[in-house]
Design a protein around this ligand. Sequence first.
Ligand code: NAP
Length: 242
Amino acid sequence: MTHTKTAVVTGANKGIGFEIARRLAAEGYRVFLGARDRGRGEAAAAKLRAQGLDAHWLELDVTDDESTISAAEKLAAQTGTLDVLVNNAGIAEGFGISPLEEPIEITKKVYEVNVFGPIRVTQAFMPLLKGSKAGRIVMMSSELGSIQSLLDPGNEFYAINALGYNSSKSALNAATVSIAKAAEPFGIKVNAADPGYTATEMNGNSGYRTVEQAAEVAVKLATLGEDGPTAGYFNHNGVLPW
Ligand code: NAP
């Protein structure tokens, strides 16, 4: 009997997450679209099912312990194992505010989704990922999390100085390395992906990349072969500096 591979993508009701879910489903995965809102989650999954894809809404608010545990339990009851987890859900706030003045409430709110969210979800789904022969975890980072890029005056993002958002993605990068080292003995590869500056609701559609282009690197890291990297940080051009 052929094993149907399974994938969970958080924040999959729109934007880059929806496109990652579509691509994985098109590659034959049974995809669970994590979304905190029933209406938005069901609508997104239904849109993929209408294209003949194996897609299902999974209620998941990445900031909520109970929601996350309950999502892992529901998945365990349905599949028993998980092959791919894409921690894509993220928020961007505090842009245009000086780091000297960003209200701590904004910084905490951003960390809750962008840092604690992926850590919480990864830990909750780890027993299911260990059940896969080749688990893959993708952390949706950003080049704004690259400390080296932000110190380079020639970098296109040098002037973007959002305290909470940028440092949340640096923290996520550090968590990626930490989790990757601990997950390696279980055959699980963990990498950070930068989708590039992409037109989504997050930035009022000001990005110059399409969601199709943005999803590419995450899908590649989600479907890595045995010889693929772990504890890495990549965009469409290859390796990014931490
Ligand atoms: P988006 O269109 O705003 O989508 C963000 C997704 O995250 C939505 O599905 C949203 O759900 C979900 N989300 C937010 N808070 C959540 C929570 N507490 N629990 C569960 N889901 C939650 O943004 P995007 O541009 O596709 O961003 C996707 C990822 O790529 C993010 O991690 C972002 O930081 C990263 N990224 C984006 C860009 C870019 O240029 N767009 C560049 C670099 C990195 P709701 O609809 O319920 O709010």
